[in-house]
Design a protein around this ligand. Structure first.
Ligand code: SAH
Length: 211
């Protein structure tokens, strides 16, 4: 029998042709129902953001697909994710990157995401509790950086934490609507390479919005 996760990737491939088939293969391996609140499990394989507790939501599968596909040139390297929430994106990313470093500001989500990551066999992921709006200097440089929460502007700290040739994707805009912009570090500066319209929860912290 074809799993629900596989069925979901078949649909995503139809909706967004030409994105990374490696991301689809990774998403097909991860049970998304593990990551959502108990009352929402039957909706886990629809293309919706769903509650994960603490007033936060798991991103839509299509958004996760597009975010990770944009980083295909740096697969195999080290990834930083700020705003790891339930751990779903990190679990998919663990199959595409050698190491995944996550920062999450809600302690309850740090704890539940560690359990979810263990349950889905993502052994190369670490989750730190705290404000990740300025990245994670100690483990830099990264080959890829993804922000899963929307910032008012590109956090200035990121340029130093990205390896030359590395890619950073950050939703930038207002508290309710953003552009997910992907930048590449070339000759020490960040150049915009692509973008798409999106809607993330706000990034709260030093280089985000005021809590
Ligand atoms: N990728 C996640 C999406 C979670 S929603 C998943 O797959 O479930 C975005 C998350 O960003 C929320 O959990 C929120 O608590 C977190 N967040 C917001 N501001 C943050 C900050 N400054 N540092 C770390 N996490 C932050």
């Amino acid at each position: 029998m074809i799993s629900k996760a596989v069925e979901m990737t078949v649909l995503l491939n139809k909706l967004f042709p030409g994105q990374s088939t490696r991301v689809l293969a990774a998403m097909a391996e991860v049970k998304r129902d593990v990551f959502v609140d108990p009352g929402w499990k039957r909706m886990a394989y629809t293309d919706r953001s769903l509650p994960i507790g603490h007033g936060q939501t798991i991103s839509k599968p299509a958004t996760v697909f597009r975010m990770l596909s944009a980083l295909e040139p740096v697969f195999g390297g080290k990834l930083l994710e700020t705003g790891s929430g339930s751990g779903y994106l990190a679990s998919v990313a663990s199959r595409l990157f050698s190491r995944v470093y996550c920062v999450e500001r809600v302690l309850g989500l740090v704890e539940s995401s560690r359990t979810n990551l263990r349950q889905t066999g993502a052994g190369n992921v670490v989750v730190r509790y705290g404000d990740g709006s300025s990245g994670w200097t100690d483990n830099s440089p990264f080959d890829g950086i993804l922000y899963s929460a929307g910032a008012p502007a590109l956090p200035a700290s990121l340029v130093d934490q990205l390896r030359e040739g590395g890619l950073a994707g950050v939703p930038v805009g207002t508290k309710s609507s953003q552009e997910f912009v992907v930048w590449k570090k070339s000759n020490g500066v960040l150049e915009k390479v692509s973008s798409f319209t999106c809607s993330f929860v706000p990034l709260i912290g030093k280089e985000g919005w005021n809590g």
